[in-house]
Design a protein around this ligand. Sequence first.
Ligand code: DGL
Length: 261
Amino acid sequence: MRTVTNKKKDGFAAVIDSGVGGLSVVPALRAALPHEDFVYYGDAGNAPYGEKSADEVKKIVDGIVSEMIKDGAKAIVLACNTATSAAASYLREKYADTPIIGMEPALKPAAEAKEHPRVLVMATPLTIREDKLHALAERLAGEADFVLIPCHGLVESVERGEVGGDGIKKLLYGILAPNLDGADSIVLGCTHYAHLRGVIEEIAPGVAIFDGADGTARETKRRLVEAGIAKRCGKGSLTLKNSSPDPEYADLCYRLLERLK
Ligand code: DGL
């Protein structure tokens, strides 16, 4: 009997971010697609994307996607709001045969959770500059008041492994405190910020926090099933890769993944 292998189906799903941020999406992806092999690529050597221009981010992410597809990726998950805003449309056109799933900041679930809430949207400066977030906020403008907050410095702190303690609390307080009056919810519009959820909860007790991890995982599953390339059996795997020059960076990744459990 001849065994026919489906090359596409046997490939892996690449998960890409500028560093450790996208790890916060990995548990939801693995729960939604337990049979898949995921390769996570943290581009720490180029972080932070959010302080670069859209063209720079497009070029960098294009290079990673092209390598991943050459290595056997059957789908790409941009576990990065900044890369999604700057590059997703371009990449979808260029790699039309490969499903490319991006992050959608959770403005809709936040808007729907309460009667016309005031929603603080935390994102990188580049995400805030790009049209995608503004278009989404405008579409939902009748349902909530959105306050878009560019957050400088947070990604760098998380990349150093600073996800708790006085320094990061002070930085976050400075960003959030001026906007907290009357706020019902906070949207984490950058995957790095999910690692800071505990500190944000301390600063904004009782304020609901939303991120895009579950939505992205659901959409990834939908796209893989629709394309007929989702694996239906076998134990899935996770491989971590990064572009950091620091040999201890992998330890940080494992520590953060452990905290997400
Ligand atoms: N984690 C990324 C995001 O979701 C970007 C972080 C960066 O600025 O590099 O936006």
